[in-house]
Design a binder for this molecule. Structure first.
Ligand SMILES: *Cc1c(COP(=O)(O)O)cnc(C)c1O
Length: 382
């Protein structure tokens, strides 16, 4: 077979060439390379302008004020800053955090670290569709609950949370609401005002921007205070010190502007690809969707292949880049904690693959995956 077909967009996306083109303007001597914090010369001001313009591009996509955007190194750091920074700054408000067992490791491991620091965490278990219901959250709320952290779109399953309903419950209980929306940008509406979001983590590289850049949205309000994790020059209103990476920031800004302009068309096309994949598999038996199709983004399709060994299936599909569970733990042979978390039996979880599509996926890519599956499955099941 020919070149590798990339169906792992939920792990990372390629940088859009239009984004790469913008980024190159901020690196070399003939570009705007200066430190955006340099106030004493023109080149510094130009770099600052580029940073502020990108800040507005990101803010526009989530209907926020640019002053509510804090640049970080990615969604992982944003999740750490949201959870640790908020809980430490609000000890008098309460020591209790509510989250779920199927969050990204950047939230799960951070919440565990907070437990070791003496905070209390309630770990909600989702239903088979991967979602926490508002009723479940209401039951978990306590008088000392300071923060609720739930993801917008699950990175392994693609299921979408009802953020408006969940934030209402969090606020009714006197808690702030944090959302990891790394997988939501360009897929679902992320209007922070309408959805009642107080803190939101975003990543550049899940939306055709560069790796190594992200954002924590921090609502401008007396109620939402954050203790910094990284101390230094007092950048980003004191919440995150460190020289701003102009090229990364400009890239993320451009990527988010493109997402805002093109999301609808992208998503409609990707829905067509997802349905082509499902239709193409309908003649094969013993394939189950771990993705709750009716409440999921169209770009993630997590499928379980009954009666096959996952590793052998991955080997047979070596020309198709897909993921077993999440890319972050593909080194371990344990079933994905997310699939386990929604009650998928161990054998089926081990025989599950996540196909994820994006802006540059073609019908030919889908057909190559379908062909590889039709070719491999009968032999693997024999
Ligand atoms: C990718 C991802 C992250 C981590 O983002 P980075 O920018 O790579 O640190 C966090 N949460 C979710 C849901 C993700 O998909």
């Amino acid at each position: 077979m020919s070149a590798l077909v990339y169906l792992d967009y939920a792990a990372t996306t390629p940088v859009d060439p239009r984004v790469a083109e913008v980024m190159q303007r901020y690196l070399t001597l003939d570009g705007t390379f200066a430190n955006p914090a340099s106030r004493s010369h023109m080149l510094g001001w130009q770099a600052e302008q580029a940073v502020e313009s990108a800040r507005r591009q990101v803010a526009d996509l989530i209907a926020a004020d640019p002053r509510e955007i804090v640049w970080t190194s990615g969604a992982t750091e944003a999740d750490n800053l949201a959870l640790i920074g908020f809980m430490r700054a609000n000890r008098e408000r309460g020591q209790h955090l509510v989250t779920s067992i199927v969050e990204h490791k950047a939230v799960v491991d951070t919440a565990s670290a907070l437990e070791r620091e003496g905070f209390e965490v309630t770990w909600l278990t989702p239903g088979a569709d991967g979602r926490i219901t508002p009723e479940q959250l209401r039951e978990a709320m306590r008088p000392d609950t300071a923060l609720v952290s739930l993801m917008a779109v699950n990175n392994e399953l693609g299921c979408i949370h009802d953020l408006a309903a969940l934030s209402e419950v969090a606020h009714a209980g006197g808690a702030a609401f944090h959302v990891d929306a790394a997988q939501g940008v360009g897929r679902i509406d992320l209007d922070v005002g309408r959805l009642g979001i107080d803190l939101m983590s975003l990543s550049g590289h899940k939306t055709y921007g560069p790796k190594g850049i992200g954002v924590l949205y921090v609502r401008r309000s007396q109620e939402i205070r954050i203790e910094p994790l990284i101390h230094g020059g007092g950048h980003e209103r004191g919440m995150r010190s460190g020289t701003l990476a102009t090229h990364q920031i400009a890239g993320m800004g451009e990527a988010f502007a493109l997402a805002e302009a093109e999301a609808e068309a992208d998503q409609a096309r990707i829905l067509g690809l997802r349905n082509r994949m499902l239709d193409g598999l309908s003649d094969l038996s013993g394939i189950y969707s771990n993705t709750p199709i009716d409440v999921a983004v169209p770009n993630i399709l997590n499928l379980a292949f009954e009666g096959v060994d996952g590793e052998s299936l991955l080997m047979a599909l070596r020309n198709i880049a897909v993921s077993t569970g999440s890319a972050c733990n593909s080194a371990s042979v344990e079933p994905s904690y997310v699939l386990k978390g929604i009650g998928v039996p161990r054998a089926l979880a081990l025989a599950s693959l996540r196909f994820s599509f994006g802006r540059f996926t073609t019908e030919a890519d889908i057909d190559a995956a379908l062909q590889a599956l039709h070719h491999a499955l009968p032999g693997l099941r024999r």
